[in-house]
Design a protein around this ligand. Structure first.
Ligand SMILES: Cc1cc2nc3c(=O)[nH]c(=O)nc-3n(C[C@H](O)[C@H](O)[C@H](O)COP(=O)(O)O)c2cc1C
Length: 379
């Protein structure tokens, strides 16, 4: 049995618990990262931003690059397909935003992204992937900032890319590789393949971070034990459950903690989440942003349909307070929800949408892929 890691080292960066909050577009903004970080140590990655948006000083991109005052380790995920833009963007993140970690997105399955050869489609082009990683590492090295990459197993079972990606990451000086154990065509359906994570661990010497289907702290320990991963990346499991980071931190330090908040405690966390969003975005926008989290917080708890409906329309902290008052604070945590999936699942896609002739060549160096500044779809 593999000994459990109790910390994570990414180049010069040491994280006190081997746990990373998965970048999730539209979710992992400054408010959410702060909420999770208050629960326990870990690395809390900003939602994805585009290299082109950053380089061209796009206003939306700039607005996404907000950090909480208490956020001492700034970590950002970048998206891009052009080595030069990526290099420049990494330089800006290090020089102007003081980031301590940059992650690169090579896992996004969204058709409008893969159609342009980005996200999960890109690792098929091994040469281009290498160029992008080289540029990113070269830009980050003077600042001593580690660069990591996050990817999937491949396009589909017949076009796997993760072992090559791991080798290329290692050769180009990338500090760690995170693997989501699904292919692009699977999107979020089916089960994550942890055996692939184990195979990648065997294949490379750099740290591998395992990702996919961690719903409870016990799952994280099991993943690390089964695969030998240096740490875990947790996404959907913490939606409406920032407490999961407390349980994860405890688990990796040898304590068995399962936080089962009452509905009263959940209400307090919801209020705090909405408050933090309001502080960062203004009350109206913050409350609107908060709406998408309500179903996750209330999953399995007793709350009438009408009340849920009203909550989904909340537009001020005062109206949130009135609505939360209508929930029974003594209701216990619905334990049947433990270990069950939350967030996106859905069906596999029929096929991966790719640029014309994408599969014909596996190198791709020098290709000029169109990269939008306003790509925000993420994972
Ligand atoms: C709403 C949502 C947004 C996501 N956005 C991103 C993203 O911007 N970048 C990324 O690399 N992955 C993104 N992902 C994928 C997650 O980071 C993670 O790899 C995936 O959800 C599997 O992990 P999990 O089973 O712990 O959720 C997103 C996932 C969700 C559910």
């Amino acid at each position: 049995m593999t000994a459990l890691p109790d910390s994570l080292t990414l180049g010069s960066l040491r994280v006190d618990t081997p746990v990373v909050l998965a970048p999730m577009a539209g979710i992992t903004n400054a408010a959410y990262r702060r909420l999770c970080a208050e629960q326990g140590a870990g690395l809390y990655v900003c939602e994805m931003i585009t290299s082109r948006g950053l380089v061209e000083r796009d206003e939306t991109t700039r607005k996404m690059l907000v950090f909480d005052d208490l956020e001492t380790t700034r970590s950002v995920q970048l998206y891009g397909t052009d080595p030069v833009y990526i290099g420049k963007a990494v330089e800006i993140l290090c020089a102007d935003f003081g980031v301590a970690h940059v992650d690169l997105n090579f896992g996004c399955p969204v058709p409008k992204v893969t159609r342009k050869g980005g996200g999960g489609a890109l690792p098929w082009k091994r040469g281009l992937l290498g160029e992008i990683l080289e540029h990113a590492v070269a830009a980050a090295t003077p600042y001593d900032v580690p660069v990591t990459m996050k990817t999937r197993k491949g396009l589909d079972d017949d076009h796997l890319t993760y072992l090559d990606a791991g080798r290329i990451a290692q050769e180009t000086g990338v500090a760690a590789i995170a693997l989501h154990g699904r292919t692009v065509v699977q999107a979020y359906s089916g089960e994550a393949d942890w055996d692939a994570i184990a195979a990648l661990v065997d294949h490379v010497d750099i740290p591998v971070l395992g990702n996919g289907d961690i719903w409870e702290a016990a799952d994280a320990l099991r993943m690390v034990e089964q695969t030998g991963a240096a740490g875990v990346v947790v996404g959907r499991g913490c939606l409406g459950r920032p407490w999961l980071f407390r349980d994860l931190a405890a688990a990796f330090h040898g304590e068995d903690v399962a936080t089962l908040p009452t509905l009263g405690e959940v209400k307090a966390m919801m209020r705090r989440h909405a408050e933090l969003l309001s502080e960062h975005m203004g009350e109206e926008r913050g409350c609107k942003e908060f709406r998408k989290h309500i179903t996750w917080y209330l999953k399995g708890f007793p709350a009438g349909g009408e009340l849920r409906h009203q909550l989904a329309l909340v537009d001020s902290l005062a109206s949130l307070d009135v609505l939360l008052d209508g929930l029974d604070g003594d209701a216990p945590f619905p334990e049947r929800e433990l270990g069950t999936p939350r967030g996106r699942q859905g069906a596999p896609r029929k096929k991966v949408v790719l640029p014309d002739g994408w599969l014909d060549d596996t190198d791709g160096r020098g290709s000029h892929l169109r990269e939008d500044a306003d790509e925000t779809t993420g994972g």
